[in-house]
Design a protein around this ligand. Structure first.
Ligand code: COA
Length: 329
């Protein structure tokens, strides 16, 4: 069976021949068509399009890190991609995203495919070769699932553990009028430390707070290609950073649009409308033709979910992340 970038694989299934192979730029149209029809397809479509953007201009005949199972009857039965994050500093991370045709979800083909994706992830992390010998951070493989119990049990049997769940929320435009009686400053080199101080104060009370250094958090906050410094704001009153909002803007992407990467308010300033004012300010600044406002909120964060629901955001889907450390530091 193939897990490499260039070779093909052959998976027997009840007499039919299934071929696994990397995706090619010529598959884009079919992937986009399926993305709107399969559960979770949107997430894969976005990852795939991102991979395509990254490789466009280069002479590629397949997309590294992708894997697809062809349907003998045409189209695909499964699609997957592995992305190794270059900008995450606290761990080396391979993110696996996949979608399964509803006919194969829960069946053995799905599990063979997931195992192949894990091997692909290990290969791309170089874990089998380097075995973490000179790594100063752990290497981690993460699978993101869209509500799929059978896949969750399979990953657990392979040593993965549930990490967290996030709800993807979206609305046309937040319905909110609110002002902040202080300054709302954009992200700049001279304000970035204020953003970090607001982040530490706001998230220090969250379960599992990672206590990142400013350098690591800054890398996290700005890692998106679409990071929008001029649409990100820190709320400062009397020289004190009380709240912040980090935004990514993908104006032409109907699934991302204006995306709130993180928003937080220091405990002593809560329930006074600071978060509402930050989001109202964002809604005023984002160009009118941006079709959607999005964000993800941890499933164990009902107060934030209540905030977003009160502004018109509704849950689109729940994603669960399963992870396994594959080489320790
Ligand atoms: C979630 C958070 C950003 C809210 O900030 P805030 O400035 O207190 O929010 P606001 O005062 O603007 O609240 C606006 C509305 O949101 C809802 N809301 C906010 N906090 C709430 C809570 N603890 N319980 C229930 N509803 C809440 C309410 O509808 C509120 O309106 P109201 O006060 O008139 O009832 C803040 O609690 C926080 O920083 N939490 C930790 C970090 C975090 O979880 N960030 C979000 C994930 S990205």
């Amino acid at each position: 069976m193939a897990t490499g970038d260039t070779s093909e694989g052959d998976w027997g299934r009840e007499g039919s021949r299934l071929v696994s192979r990397p995706l090619t730029p010529g598959d884009v149209e079919e992937v986009a068509r399926l993305a709107s029809r399969w559960p979770g397809g949107e997430a894969f479509d976005a990852a795939f399009v991102h991979a395509l953007d990254t490789w466009s201009g280069a002479q590629v005949d397949h997309l590294p890190g992708t894997l697809a199972v062809e349907n003998p009857a045409g189209g695909f039965l499964a699609l997957g991609s592995v992305t190794v994050s270059a900008d995450v500093l606290h761990e080396r991370r391979a993110d696996v995203r996949f979608v399964l045709h509803p006919d194969v979800a829960g069946g053995s083909l799905a599990f063979v495919f997931l195992d192949a994706l894990e091997r692909q992830a290990l290969e791309r992390l170089g874990v089998s070769r380097a075995a973490g010998a000179d790594a100063d951070v752990p290497s981690v493989v993460r699978f993101t699932l869209i509500e799929d119990e059978a896949v969750a049990r399979h990953l657990e049997s392979r040593g993965f553990a549930f990490a967290h769940a996030e709800d993807d929320m979206a609305c046309g435009r937040p319905e909110v009028e609110a002002a902040f009686d202080g300054e709302l400053l954009p992200w700049r080199e001279d304000t970035a430390s204020d953003f970090f101080r607001a982040y530490e104060a706001a998230f220090g009370t969250r379960p599992g707070f990672p206590a990142w250094s400013e350098r690591v958090w800054r890398a996290f906050a700005t890692e998106y290609d679409e990071f929008a410094p001029t649409l990100s704001r820190v709320a400062v009153r009397d020289g004190r950073p009380l709240g912040f909002l980090i935004t990514a803007l993908a104006p032409d992407d109907a699934t991302t649009g204006a995306h709130i990467v993180q928003v937080g308010v220091a405990p002593e300033a809560r329930r006074r409308g600071v978060a509402r004012a930050l989001i109202a300010d964002l809604a005023r600044r984002v160009p009118a033709d941006v079709p959607v406002f999005t964000l993800s909120v941890n499933a164990d964060n009902p107060s934030a979910a209540a905030l977003f629901a009160s502004l018109g955001y509704a849950t689109r889907q729940r994603r669960s992340v399963y992870r396994k450390v594959v080489s320790a530091s």
